[in-house]
Design a protein around this ligand. Structure first.
Ligand code: HEC
Ligand code: HEC
Ligand code: HEC
Ligand code: HEC
Ligand code: HEC
Length: 329
């Protein structure tokens, strides 16, 4: 409360400041960002599965939108051009030359997949960029078991990876075709629904609390610690989403609680500032009320004085015997 009060004092000190609008990189118009990418262009024109991977899956994925092309995951040299080589075959070989060994492992052996090994190698593959998530996932019951893999939860086909949402946490029953129920009993699905609820509520709180804080700032309120949190909501969202992969209830709950605390702190400041503003708005009215009240009070005082305080001599009238006792002491 002391902190809150100190913060209120800052309220009047600082003035509101403007925030400039920014255009996110993915919102900038571009025809074909990948026109010079050898992998995309050659694979797009190959028959069958390859073209499907490029235009039906990858082109609609988050990776396409965030400049992660074939070479980002598979390695190889995407900057080569056809005119540097005598044949398509030589071009392909050169482009493929430095591909990642991890990927080759995925398709290693006789092309027969052992699901355990496959699940964990996918985690390592994706973990080259999503390191923390890989660590949390590998430490979770799922990562330990080797399944479900990153792709089981995130992929619609091996390359169509849409933005992640809590919808992936599918609470439907086995009969309804729920994807988590494929391996889990109804009892585990209750725990799953709780986790989903915590994630959804926390995400909502991050946004509503930030909106409140922005309003506070509009009123001139300043608080560095809260500002840091509320102006980096994307990072807070991301932290929550990364931690989720541990499937560790204690870890998830702890983060959810700290988000809740920040929201509560913001809310109490908000209410205080609101009531302060309300009080100020009512100041004129209160002033007028006070005058009326004081006038009335003054009249009562006059009445009291007239009724009970008209005999000042009585206070002097002390019985003689009492006076005598006092003198002895
Ligand atoms: C000139 C055409 C061409 C270029 C350029 C090319 N590829 Fe390929 N790629 C192919 C063909 C054809 C195949 C089918 C298998 C084969 O013949 O090797 C293939 C197969 C693949 C496969 C399937 C797995 C495998 O090992 O066979 C992957 C993954 C792949 N390419 C990735 C890439 C990446 C990444 C790049 C860019 C660095 C790239 N390719 C550039 C033509 C090309
Ligand atoms: C986000 C990482 C990622 C990107 C980006 C990516 N791939 Fe892949 N690719 C994978 C993974 C993982 C597999 C193995 C999937 C499996 O086995 O289910 C794979 C498999 C493949 C295969 C094997 C056949 C198949 O059906 O899965 C080909 C061919 C391929 N990729 C080509 C490409 C091409 C061409 C691009 C660029 C348009 C590309 N990939 C972009 C991760 C990626
Ligand atoms: C059991 C299903 C499951 C598995 C397995 C899984 N994820 Fe996720 N992932 C999710 C869900 C659900 C979310 C969204 C959580 C939310 O919105 O709160 C998510 C979110 C993400 C995000 C967004 C993180 C951010 O910063 O916003 C990325 C990236 C991601 N996952 C990558 C991976 C990778 C890489 C792997 C494997 C190492 C993996 N996931 C394994 C379910 C899964
Ligand atoms: C070359 C680096 C790289 C690799 C390898 C990679 N990703 Fe990503 N991924 C990114 C980038 C960059 C983004 C966009 C920024 C972000 O959300 O982190 C992204 C975004 C995502 C998202 C969406 C997150 C969101 O905010 O909604 C998911 C899900 C995801 N990746 C899953 C995977 C999976 C599964 C694999 C392995 C098959 C993989 N990624 C491999 C770089 C990579
Ligand atoms: C391929 C099978 C498989 C799939 C699919 C699967 N899981 Fe699991 N899950 C497991 C295994 C194995 C364990 C570890 C043993 C256990 O606790 O049952 C586990 C454990 C869990 C736990 C911990 C249970 C506990 O009591 O601590 C949760 C929560 C969980 N999974 C959620 C999910 C969610 C959410 C999905 C869907 C996105 C999902 N699982 C999909 C196999 C699977």
């Amino acid at each position: 409360m002391t902190l809150t009060f100190a913060l209120i004092l800052v309220l009047e000190a600082a003035g509101p400041e403007g925030r400039g609008a920014q255009v996110a990189p993915q919102d900038r118009p571009d025809a074909d960002r990948y026109a010079d990418n050898a992998c995309v262009q050659c694979h797009r024109n190959l028959a069958g599965r390859s073209a499907e991977i490029v235009d039906l899956e990858w082109a609609r994925s988050v990776h396409h939108d965030h400049n992660v092309a074939c070479d980002g995951c598979h390695g190889g040299d995407a900057s080569l051009t056809r005119d540097q080589f005598p044949s398509d075959e030589a071009f392909k070989e050169a482009a493929h030359l430095a591909r990642n060994p991890e990927f080759l492992q995925l398709h290693g052996g006789e092309g027969v997949f052992v699901s355990r090994a496959r699940g964990r190698s996918i985690s390592y593959f994706c973990g080259r960029c999503h390191t923390e998530i890989m660590e949390k996932h590998l430490g979770s019951p799922h990562g330990n078991f080797g399944d479900p893999s990153c792709l089981y939860c995130h992929g619609r086909g091996s390359h169509a990876i849409p933005p992640a949402t809590t919808e992936i946490i599918d609470t439907r029953s086995r009969l309804e075709g729920g994807r988590c129920s494929y391996c889990h009993q109804a009892s585990t699905m209750k725990a799953v629904a709780e986790i989903k609820d915590i994630l959804d509520k926390s995400a909502e709180l991050i946004d509503s609390s930030a909106a409140k804080f922005i309003k506070l700032e509009g009123m001139g309120y300043r608080n560095l610690a809260l500002s840091d949190l509320h102006h980096h909501t994307a990072e807070t969202h991301s932290r929550l989403r990364r931690v989720f992969h541990s499937f560790n209830r204690r870890e998830i709950n702890e983060l959810a609680r700290s988000i809740d605390n920040v929201a509560k702190q913001t809310n109490s400041v908000y209410q205080l500032v609101e009531s302060l503003r309300q009080a100020r708005r009512n100041q004129t009215l209160i002033g007028l009320g006070a005058v009326v009240f004081l006038l009335a009070f003054a009249r009562i005082l006059v009445y009291y004085k007239a009724a009970f305080c008209e005999h000042p001599d009585r206070s002097e009238a002390v019985p003689p015997s009492t006076r005598g006792v006092e003198k002895h002491e």
